[in-house]
Design a protein around this ligand. Structure first.
Ligand code: MV4
Length: 457
């Protein structure tokens, strides 16, 4: 049975390539969309058809809803896969697809809306009995209510934007005087960045691990999880390395965090693939942080340990098929790690766009590279700097680390700077090798100031 005849991929780069690959394996025709500067990009070549949706500027192309829907209509596409970023978590887009009679490969507009309101999501989860970090009940509506809530939970507190996620607009206040200042600062920043100034408050957890759980729901209400990913190695709230399983997870821990994740997904009547993010403190206490209602960049590590093709599952679920696996049939094996290879100066992490004059990709046992880069391609300056995901799998963490190290050595990119040298450093760090790291790791490794808490004078 054919799931769909044709799918339009509303994205670019490595994730568009990833989705086209899943479609090909399912014998589904593909339509790529591209902006002027992506005319010669790999995703455009790989798809059966391609449509220009506008100029380089994303507001006029990849984020342009009428343009994307028109491209779907003129090509007779039955469904749209949004990938990550761009329109993937835009409830209006999901709604517009449905209204146009096109299947949106993702959750319902209502789930997307709730997931996008971080303060509301926290409140919903708390009421369902899922532990959340002590903090405000929903958003704080005034400076006074922010102060009241902070006094109750105790300083330091962290201010987060309800519409944010991923760390933008975040501020840490160590006392009342700071909170007064930072409340308005956060609000202004959130308003400017997201068009929504709503702020909520959490107790600041100084040394946390960021651990997230891959979930899948179908239209019959079945929900399963595919284990956790540890994403604690971040810089300026950009994940750089992800792995599964987490070096701190025991069977018991996985069962507990998995149950919380499935419960969180149920609360939103979740269908399709999603991720529930948690904060894990030094005593292994688990707290719900937020739910991401899209396919994530780091999904391949879960694919490697679970043996499940998450993108193919997304397409089957969108076509109305049930998830075939029961939770007890999900078998996780070995260890997988991903390095995000960005077109960036590895010292200063500033973008390094331009022409790739020579490219050699690593390979061999247990190595996967997801990329849209090729010899002679041009990395435009207009988009995300992620150019490749280097993903390895081994029987255990030590084998995965060994495979990553030799793969980083095999990986040659000339013409632009990449984060490969940074990754080589991390994979030689004794604490990383021991699995002894948390979100303060990069700061510790090279003394770089990425801390949210200003050092005392
Ligand atoms: C926190 C936190 C401490 N306490 N929440 C959330 C999004 C992520 N990008 C940063 N986040 C944090 N949330 C509470 N209640 C500290 C961080 C954080 C962090 C988290 C993961 C990886 C690196 C980080 C670096 C600084 C702060």
């Amino acid at each position: 049975m054919k799931l769909f005849k044709k799918i339009l991929i509303a994205n670019r780069g490595e994730i568009a390539v990833r989705i086209i690959r899943a479609c090909k394996e399912l014998d589904i025709k593909t339509v790529a969309v591209y902006s002027d500067v992506d005319k010669d990009s790999f995703h455009t070549r790989l798809a059966d058809e391609s449509v220009c949706v506008g100029p380089a500027n994303t507001a006029q192309s990849y984020n342009n809803i009428p343009s994307i829907l028109t491209a779907a209509e003129i090509t007779d596409s039955e469904a749209i896969h949004p990938g990550y970023g761009f329109l993937s978590e835009n409830p209006h887009f999901a709604e517009a697809c449905i209204t146009s009679g096109i299947t949106f490969i993702g959750p319902s507009p209502e789930s997307i809306r709730l997931g996008g309101d971080k303060a509301k999501a926290r409140q919903i989860m708390k009421r369902r009995g899922i532990p959340v970090v002590p903090g405000s009940d929903g958003s704080v509506v005034s400076e006074e209510s922010a102060l009241k809530s902070a006094r109750k939970i105790g300083f330091p507190v962290i201010l987060k934007a309800s519409a944010g996620g991923g760390g933008r607009g975040m501020r840490v206040a160590k006392d009342e005087t700071e909170l007064e200042k930072l409340y308005f600062m956060s609000q202004r920043e959130a308003l400017a960045a997201f068009g929504n100034g709503e702020i909520y408050i959490e107790k600041f957890i100084p040394e946390m691990r960021h651990i997230e759980v891959q979930i899948m729901g179908d239209s019959k209400g079945n929900i399963i999880h595919l284990g956790e990913r540890d994403c604690s190695i971040q810089r300026r709230h950009q994940k750089l390395i992800e792995e599964s399983p987490s070096p701190v997870a025991t069977e018991k821990f996985r069962k507990k965090i998995g149950e919380y994740a499935v419960k969180a997904a149920r609360a939103l009547k979740y269908k399709n693939a999603g991720t529930v993010e948690f904060i894990v403190d030094l005593e292994d206490n688990i707290y719900f942080m937020e739910i991401n209602t899209r396919l994530q960049v780091e999904h391949p590590v879960t694919e490697y340990v679970s043996g499940i093709d998450i993108v193919k599952e997304q397409i089957k679920i969108a076509a109305g098929l049930p998830i075939e696996l029961k939770q007890t049939q999900v078998k996780l094996s070995g260890h997988s790690i991903e390095c995000r290879i960005n077109a960036e100066d590895p010292e200063r992490f500033i973008p390094s766009p331009g022409k790739i004059t020579f490219l050699a990709l690593p390979g061999g046992p247990g190595v996967r590279v997801d990329t849209a880069a090729y010899n002679g391609c041009v990395i435009p300056s207009h988009y995300d700097s992620l150019i490749a995901k280097l993903v390895v799998h081994g029987r255990d963490r030590a084998e995965a680390i060994a495979r990553m190290r030799r793969s980083l050595d095999e990986f040659i990119v000339e013409g632009i700077k990449t984060t490969i040298p940074f990754h080589k450093k991390v994979f030689n760090d004794p604490d990383f090798i021991k699995g002894d790291f948390n979100t303060g790791f990069l700061e510790k490794m090279n003394g770089s100031k990425q801390s949210l808490v200003k050092p005392e004078k």
